[in-house]
Design a protein around this ligand. Structure first.
Ligand SMILES: [Zn+2]
Length: 364
């Protein structure tokens, strides 16, 4: 390499480095922005409600109002939260609590979890007090961007991250990520991945116009949307099949992995529903609703399966190309499934045409 050429290459490098550094500085939220995007008041208001209930008293209107005015609790179903808290903490409801716990359903798990919160107050407080928002939010932003179109995280301001106590879960609702503080502690290092999963939903540039709940298309469009958005976001925190976790969540892991394996059958069922084998429009609607209700974990494992097939037989770029249009996710999946061969379920032309009709109606 001549001196002149060398100089030119060095100059190019310098330019590249400067421009990427500027881009990073622009993308990275400031400490002030991050500070404004975190809310812990929900947990603080929760302690007051919990203490009153433990004394077998009904919290005052003011206490409930303070709780439900915090950004996280404001997004939750007030009556459900109140009845769970009363049952978990009021000594006079101990008998009723035991009956609910014996049912062994999701609510039973929530109640056992809420009981546990009482013994974990110090840990929860020290987690909140030492929460490194700058680091965690910065890392979650980077992780969610891996499966988003370039620049997607720059187009919206940061969502609010609101810590609450309600059940072992977290989700996003409009521009608020609601996360249970003890669940965040329980998940340890995985918490950043879970947060990145919710951030992915928030930044996903979807152009879908959701049909009204009363529309005959509601359940099918909802199923398509869920499979696409949860399937891609699960790549961030679940990474690869089979998913793993600690012993306390074994039931979830087993059911999730079984539903993942069952995906070709689930897609076959969806194909049949889309082909409208039923005799009347009423039956079609019923079948679509039944299909949605039969989808395990609201479409997560099957969407995750589809996203993995796209990654394996096409590319990450092809997957990201489906972010604006969930129906595109099905078209791209079908291309990947054709490449995969007999092992993968390929949708029929008739069901792809049905999806195309919905695409024209709700996206294009
Ligand atoms: Zn999700």
């Amino acid at each position: 390499m001549t001196g002149r050429k060398m100089h030119y290459v060095l100059l190019l490098w310098a330019l590249l480095l400067t421009s990427s550094a500027t881009a990073y500085a622009r993308v990275r939220p400031t400490a002030n922005q991050i500070h404004r995007a975190i809310d812990m008041n929900g947990v603080r208001a929760f302690w007051s409600v919990m203490e009153t209930l433990q004394e077998n008293r009904e919290p005052s209107e003011e206490q409930w109002r303070t709780l439900f005015e915090t950004p996280g609790y404001a997004k939750l179903q007030q009556s459900d939260v109140q009845s769970n808290f009363r049952l978990a903490y009021m000594p006079s409801k101990a008998g009723e609590l035991q009956i609910e716990i014996k049912r062994g359903d999701y609510r039973s798990r929530v109640l056992v979890y809420l009981r546990r919160v009482q013994n974990e107050r110090d840990r929860i407080e020290s987690f909140l007090n030492s929460f490194d928002a700058q680091y965690v939010i910065g890392a979650a932003l980077q992780k969610c961007a891996v499966y988003l179109p370039k620049g997607a995280t720059e187009r919206r301001s940061l969502p609010m991250l609101a810590f609450v106590i309600f059940e072992p879960d977290g989700h996003v609702d409009d521009d608020v990520v609601i996360f249970d503080a003890l669940y965040a502690i329980d998940r340890g290092n995985e918490f950043t991945d879970l947060l990145a999963h919710e951030f992915h939903h928030y930044y996903e540039p979807s152009k879908l116009r959701n049909p009204e709940r009363s529309s005959e298309d509601y359940y099918m469009v909802h199923a398509v949307q869920q499979m696409q958005m949860e399937g891609i976001a699960d790549l961030i925190d679940k990474r690869a099949y089979p998913i793993k976790a600690d012993a306390s969540r074994q039931w979830y892991i087993e059911q999730y992995n079984a539903a993942y394996l069952d995906s070709p059958k689930t897609l076959h069922r969806m194909d049949e529903v889309l082909c409208n084998q039923a005799s009347s429009p009423m039956d079609i609607e019923k079948n679509e609703e039944k299909f949605w209700e039969s989808l395990k974990f609201a479409g997560h494992p099957t969407g995750f399966y589809m996203a993995n097939i796209i990654l394996k037989y096409l590319s990450r770029r092809a997957l990201i190309g489906t972010e604006m249009d969930p129906f595109e996710f099905f078209r791209v999946y079908n291309q990947a499934a054709r490449k995969c061969g007999a092992q993968c379920y390929v949708f029929s032309d008739a069901s792809m045409a049905a999806l195309q009709a919905l695409d024209l109606k709700y996206v294009k």
